[in-house]
Design a binder for this molecule. Sequence first.
Ligand SMILES: Cc1cc2nc3c(=O)[nH]c(=O)nc-3n(C[C@H](O)[C@H](O)[C@H](O)COP(=O)(O)OP(=O)(O)OC[C@H]3O[C@@H](n4cnc5c(N)ncnc54)[C@H](O)[C@@H]3O)c2cc1C
Length: 289
Amino acid sequence: MYPAQFEYEKAGSVSDAIDALSSNPEAELIAGGHSLLPTMKSGLADPDMLVDIGDVDELHGIDHGDGSTRIGAMVRYADVADDDTLREEAEVFAETAHQIGDFQVRNRGTVGGNIAHADPASDLPGAVLAADATMHVAGPDGERTVDADDFFHGMYATDVGEDELLTAVEVPHEGTAGAYAKKPNPASGYALVGVAVRLTMDGDTVTDARIGANGVMDHGTRLPDAEDAIEGTSLSADSIEAASDAAGSTLDEYMVMEDQQASAEFRLQLLGAYTERALAQAGERAGVL
Ligand SMILES: Cc1cc2nc3c(=O)[nH]c(=O)nc-3n(C[C@H](O)[C@H](O)[C@H](O)COP(=O)(O)OP(=O)(O)OC[C@H]3O[C@@H](n4cnc5c(N)ncnc54)[C@H](O)[C@@H]3O)c2cc1C
């Protein structure tokens, strides 16, 4: 199918993009276009103007700071996955980007588009929750930051307002090891279930755990039950099994995703299995298992 007619504008700066969004409530940003164009072609979205942010310099680049790394919204997954320094600084984020889709998707899709689109089956929402990232948002009233924990509101719904854009994601250099384990949809690569883990260790004791899951609820969500079960334990196959058994136990079972691809019951089974895999991999990387 062809999309309905639309106007096209190339933004030269973040403030250009904000002006375009503010003056036209039907305008939509386009970044990689990998989610937006299919929805336009299928008729699910029909913006009357596309504001292309691809050439906005402020949205590009990975800046390695002392305590955190700032990743511009227009940075492609491939650039994140190929950045060895970022892998050392924020393993869970880099590892997750590496597992998105295939080469074509990783060369086109953007960090900002993925997180702002907030598809429940996308991979980066769980990663930013596990990484305890901060989102940088700009709008007519200036810039503001939002913690990952407060960013995702629901299916395709985030804290970014209609006339705002996500400009960058800031990932702290914290944690001893990270990992991402997912059961991909065999056709698209999207997560049926994906679990992102960041562990902070003192010897073999887990002093802090952050676990984010994709594909289970209508938006990326933390797993506090599994985090509580693993924190304070000496990391072992037994403690990982206990945390995996706990994974999802506090989720509202009536809100667990259910569709043609997987029932809610199957997703919860996958959640336990993939929590176990992600924790075990993080433990191996931490040199404990
Ligand atoms: C075949 C295929 C396989 C895929 N597999 C996976 C997968 O395995 N895992 C996965 O996570 N994703 C997957 N995707 C999705 C892909 O990663 C998309 O690129 C991503 O979801 C959206 O990023 P984008 O840059 O393409 O955004 P676009 O499609 O350009 O935009 C998506 C939405 O976000 C808005 N937006 C974009 N940038 C910003 C911004 N900076 N601030 C505010 N709003 C913004 C747009 O207005 C639009 O509404 C797949 C896509 C395809 C086509």
